[in-house]
Design a protein around this ligand. Structure first.
Ligand code: HEM
Length: 406
């Protein structure tokens, strides 16, 4: 244990964030179920993670103020961002989770998502039209960030004249997802985001109650299942969850994917030669640089993982980015290989909380990669050796990605 403690798990350290994989490997080899900082368990294996995601002995437990305080610190129950988080389906156990997810799924149908493909193509082309003649762009600022934001704005039904105001930065408290107790500054930033978007959405809900439209917010406002409406707090928090997912995850799939593929020109070439490989390549970049690096659960009933007994109420964090590189499941796991077969990365989670936006994210990434390969086949990195990672552990992504094609 002391040996692993000295390995240097340091999710606030930029050098650690830049390359956590050597740590993951050492941890998997020395203590696959490890009691780390803050008395939390850390899991690095694929099978352990898959079990933890599917087995109901692991839950979320976010309705218990004591559990919430253990995660977010002594002021947790007074922090607007934490109170909002507690209302999100992502943080709830059945039966609340079932009710919330059911209501949102009704509005977020596969048909509605698939219908977005054409719109995603139009938006991608429009964003590339703006920069094509320049011969270069910041692939995050000019493409990977605005695309998912525009898509989620349109799906939710945010009026077009308001899209610009959401183009500047992240709306939610991604730092609250890190496996650390948030600092005062992180809580303040998360609270400010929650309050600003919350006030905006409440005004929009009112508008859609008066003037219904064919959009997700209208459907959610009208949602009723088994006579059980969403409370205003649940409506606000779950719309904020969809909105934040649009801001903070798909951008990282596109950005991390472009970085990984362009750093491996042989892999990029495979896609140039055969674009039908793109869907497989997306699963491979999801595996190789997972946009969400950790998911956590609370032990609901005593359970063993890899022979280690876990007690009720203990917090367990799966390091998804480590599970995705488990050599027991993936041969040569540190190698990017877009031709891998039977890829099942755990990057969208699993079990009852499996990502609701997975199909949308895959469509967006596929359209971007297809379009770039067609329109900018000579795309190359301008700073291949110095990727600028955001200072965030759980949500893994780049602040900028300068590329050129001239
Ligand atoms: C590449 C992009 C994305 C990744 C890697 C990702 C990853 C994840 C993961 C790992 C979970 C499960 C967390 C857990 O079990 O604790 C999750 C849940 C969720 N995701 Fe995503 N996500 C992405 C995009 C999106 C998008 C675009 C949306 C919606 C517009 C979305 C909406 C959600 C929702 C609502 C949940 C909660 C589901 C539940 O609790 O039942 N995600 N996502």
């Amino acid at each position: 244990m002391s040996q692993t403690a000295s390995l240097g798990f340091d999710p606030r350290n930029p050098a650690f964030v830049a390359d956590p994989y050597p740590f993951f490997r050492q941890l998997r080899e020395s203590a696959p179920v490890w009691k780390g900082p803050l008395e939390r368990w850390f899991v690095t294996g694929y099978e352990d993670t898959a079990l933890m995601l599917k087995d109901r002995r692991f839950g979320k437990d976010y309705t218990d103020p004591e559990a919430v305080t253990r995660r977010f610190g002594p002021t947790a129950m007074q922090e607007p961002a934490v109170i909002d988080l507690m209302q999100m389906m992502l943080m709830r156990d059945p039966p609340d989770h079932t009710r919330l997810r059911g209501l949102v799924t009704k509005a977020f149908t596969a048909r509605r998502i698939e219908a977005m493909r054409i719109r995603v193509q139009e938006l991608t082309d429009r964003l590339l039209d703006k920069v094509q003649a320049d011969g270069r762009m910041d692939a995050i600022r000019d493409l990977a960030f605005p695309l998912p934001v525009l898509v989620i704005c349109e799906l939710l039904g945010i009026p077009e004249e308001h899209h610009e105001r959401f183009m500047t930065g992240s709306a939610s408290g991604g730092a609250l997802l890190n496996p650390t107790t948030p600092t005062r500054a992180e809580l303040d930033a998360a609270n400010a985001g929650t309050q600003a978007t919350g006030a905006y959405f409440e005004a929009l809900f009112e508008r859609r109650r008066r003037e219904p439209r064919d959009d997700l917010i209208t459907q959610l406002v009208q949602a009723e299942e088994n006579g059980d409406r969403l409370t205003t707090a649940e409506l606000r928090a779950n719309v904020a969850l969809l909105f934040a997912a649009g801001h903070e995850t798909t951008v990282n799939l596109i950005g991390n994917g472009l970085l990984s593929l362009l750093r491996h020109p042989d892999q990029w070439q495979i896609l140039r030669d055969d674009p039908s490989m793109i869907p497989n390549a997306i699963e491979e970049v999801l595996r190789y640089e997972a946009p969400v690096q950790a998911v956590s659960r609370t032990v609901a009933e005593p359970v063993e993982l890899s022979g280690v007994p876990l007690r009720r109420s203990e917090i367990v964090v799966s390091l998804v980015g480590a599970a995705n590189r488990d050599p027991a499941v993936f041969e040569n796991p540190d190698r990017l290989d877009v031709t891998r077969k039977d890829l099942k990365p755990l990057s969208f989670g699993g079990g009852i909380h499996f990502c609701l936006g997975a199909q949308l994210a895959r469509i967006e990434a596929a359209v971007v990669f297809e379009t770039i390969l067609r329109r900018l086949p000579k795309l190359r990195l301008l700073e291949p050796d110095a990727p600028k990672w955001r200072p965030s552990f759980t949500l893994r992504g780049l602040t900028s990605l300068p590329v050129a094609w001239n």
